[in-house]
Ligand binder design. Structure first.
Ligand code: SF4
Length: 320
């Protein structure tokens, strides 16, 4: 294991943490459909759906999407409008378009076989470091580290509190913490811990890693000190946690993402192949839509067209 920042070095008893977490995951991990496959296409679909969407909502969409596009070839060959329609209810529609682009590149440049190495996976459209790592690990069972929201939170607390680590250091930590030969189970376990127990308000009393957790030890010590001083209190949320909470509380209605989603929902509701006038789209988005809103609407339409989510033909728009 490579030496790292003093606050991000996994402890010497890392093997004991591996054993505890892997044992807990084997006994308590949820039975999720994408945990039964090593098909990189299915892993890609599940991982991209899960990036911004809760597991409960993803399960049924995962099944219906794969029923509509059972193979990489089927997704690559489908009209993009059909893929966007099948994505209804998941939000962040650009993910659907990028996933189809990735499928087309795998077909055209890799003979329909997903590349196995990280650089080639990263070169696919819409595939970032997290998704590339997840495909390499969950489809090809490689011992790679990667970070999503849940993994970041667990690693930060388990190994690195109180210093909020920069992303590159957290990634190095994620990589160095993978038990050799058990990357699949380890990454599933640590994501599961972050989803079920090490949640934003963590349920430490039922955490299998509690005895090794640096954050838990620090908070327990702070609680004891406060208790001795006669003023038991919870430590204030660290700045990063506060910033995240504030960002989450930011209003969605009226945001650019809100109107982008509504515009695609409006086009999705049209019969296949049908277009809608731009002014009619504006009226569907805003009850009081007027001429003064047209520059805003055109910018919205241009952005969606750039992202491959709609096509503009003069004064009309439709799904691509
Ligand atoms: Fe998270 Fe608490 Fe477990 Fe530490 S002890 S990893 S903070 S749930």
């Amino acid at each position: 294991m490579s030496p790292m920042h003093q606050n991000s070095t996994p402890p010497a008893d890392l093997p004991a943490i591996w054993q505890a977490l892997l044992g807990w995951f084997a006994a308590s991990g949820r039975d999720l459909p994408w945990r039964h496959t090593r098909d990189p296409y299915r892993i890609m679909v599940s991982e991209i759906m899960l990036q911004q969407t809760q597991v409960d909502r993803v399960i049924s969409k995962y099944h219906s999407f794969l029923a509509a596009f059972p193979t990489l070839e089927a997704l690559a060959a489908a009209p993009t409008a059909e893929v966007i329609r099948a994505w209804a209810g998941l939000g962040y529609n650009r993910r659907a378009v990028n996933m189809q682009r990735a499928a087309r590149v795998v077909l055209a440049d890799h003979g329909g076989q997903f590349p196995r190495d990280l650089p080639a996976l990263l070169a696919l459209p819409g595939i970032g470091r997290y998704t590339a790592g997840a495909i390499a690990c969950f489809a090809f069972e490689q011992d790679v580290g990667f970070i999503d929201t849940n993994i970041r939170r667990v690693l930060q607390r388990l190994f690195a509190e109180p210093t909020a680590l920069p992303e590159a250091q957290l990634l190095a930590l994620a990589e160095s913490a993978v038990p050799p030969g058990q990357g699949w189970a380890w990454n599933q376990a640590i994501m599961e811990l972050g989803a079920l127990i090490c949640i934003p308000a963590p349920a430490c009393w039922r955490c299998p890693a509690q005895r090794w957790c640096r954050d838990y030890a620090a908070r327990r010590a702070a609680d004891e000190l406060a208790f001795e001083a006669g003023a038991p209190t919870m430590p204030a949320a660290p700045p990063r946690a506060r910033a995240l909470a504030e960002r989450r509380a930011a209003p969605y209605a009226g945001s650019s993402r809100f109107f982008r989603g509504r515009a695609i929902d409006t086009l999705r509701a049209l019969p296949a192949g049908q277009s809608l006038g731009i002014a009619a789209l504006g009226a569907a988005l805003k009850d009081d839509f007027g001429a003064g809103d047209m520059p805003w609407l055109l910018a919205l339409v241009d952005g969606l067209a750039r992202d491959g989510l709609l096509e503009r033909d003069g004064d009309a728009v439709r799904l691509p």
